[in-house]
Design a protein around this ligand. Structure first.
Ligand SMILES: [Cu+2]
Length: 313
């Protein structure tokens, strides 16, 4: 912003000096080089606006600095984490100028839970490498983590990551993070087994659902052979059929729901119609590419699959 104002000031100066024909001012004007590392003014403004819109807040325990010159900040909705799907946003800030660095990468994002009493550790479904969240402000990168359980008596969560840009690299060693339980009755993460392999069904941001038609999104992740390694999305392609019911209202359903289909990016998308407010159980039948039922073939007393997410709108 300062640079823009400076440029305008200089232009005005040039206009004035050109009024006198005979004046040959050989003034050398030193316009500062643009900072190649950082975003331009518009991208900076958009990134700043996004990160200060009141929706995302910094997870300060995940902040890291390098050489006292750069600070890497991690943000989530409300600066909190909970069981199930969480968006994570990353920004790298040059301390001297407050500029946002572009073209950096964050990878090897590793959530790890230590189960104190059981003496074991496990990871959880995770997108381990960030991508640009919005092309209009490439300073903000995004990844997600879907936590299997909350921090508490059974154990604690830590998270580590690596960041790299140009020739610089940092490694954020594991720091403890707080993962909150969901409100009672909510369940946004389910698992199933196929051929002795455990899969996880992560429902993306159901707290944005509204009455009526919603795009429903989910990820299917595969438990790693080494449970301490983050669980990546499954290469296989499934179809996730959904039947939403209202358990408090005689398990009535709603029309116009469509199955979740795998998109090019790896996310599954379908249409979910929540015809009124209240508690909805979204019953799931997962099929393979040949149409065979992988899970969800057993009905509960609602008459629909005993595998379901529970969401209150
Ligand atoms: Cu655990």
């Amino acid at each position: 912003m300062n640079r823009l104002l400076l440029f305008l000031g200089l232009s005005t100066g040039l206009l004035f000096s050109s009024c006198g024909d005979d004046v040959q001012d050989n003034v050398v004007i030193n316009i500062p080089d643009t900072d190649e590392e950082c975003c331009n003014a518009e991208e900076t403004f958009l990134a700043y606006s996004f990160l200060n819109n009141g929706y995302v807040k910094e997870l300060t325990e995940l902040r890291d600095t390098i050489d006292n010159k750069y600070v890497l900040k991690v943000y989530s909705a409300g600066g909190k984490l909970h069981v199930g799907y969480n968006d994570l946003f990353f920004a790298l800030i040059k301390i001297a100028t407050d500029g946002y660095v572009r073209d950096f990468q964050v990878n090897d994002i590793r959530p790890l839970m230590t189960m104190t009493a059981m003496g074991m550790q496990h990871s959880t479904p995770t997108e381990t490498e960030t991508t640009v969240y919005n092309e209009t402000f490439p300073a903000v990168r995004h990844a997600w983590v879907s936590f299997l359980m909350s921090s508490g008596d059974n154990g604690y969560w830590e998270l580590s990551y690596k960041a790299a840009w140009q020739q610089k690299e940092i490694e954020h060693t594991p720091t403890v993070i707080e993962v909150n339980a969901l409100p009672a009755g909510q369940n946004w993460l389910k698992s199933f087994k196929k051929d002795n392999q455990t899969y996880y069904l992560t429902l993306v941001n159901p707290n944005t659902f509204q009455t009526g038609n919603n795009t429903i999104r989910a990820y299917v992740s595969k438990q790693s052979a080494d449970k301490k390694v983050p669980y990546l999305t499954a290469e296989e392609t499934f179809t996730i059929e959904i039947t939403p019911t209202m358990p408090d209202m005689g398990d009535h359903t709603s029309p116009n729901n469509t199955p979740l289909i795998k998109q090019e990016s790896g996310i599954y998308e379908g249409n979910l119609n929540l015809s009124m407010t209240g508690l909805w159980n979204i019953h799931l039948v997962v099929k393979d590419q040949e149409g065979n039922i992988v899970t969800g073939g057993d009905n509960d007393n609602s008459g629909y699959s005993s595998l379901y997410w529970s969401v209150t709108i």
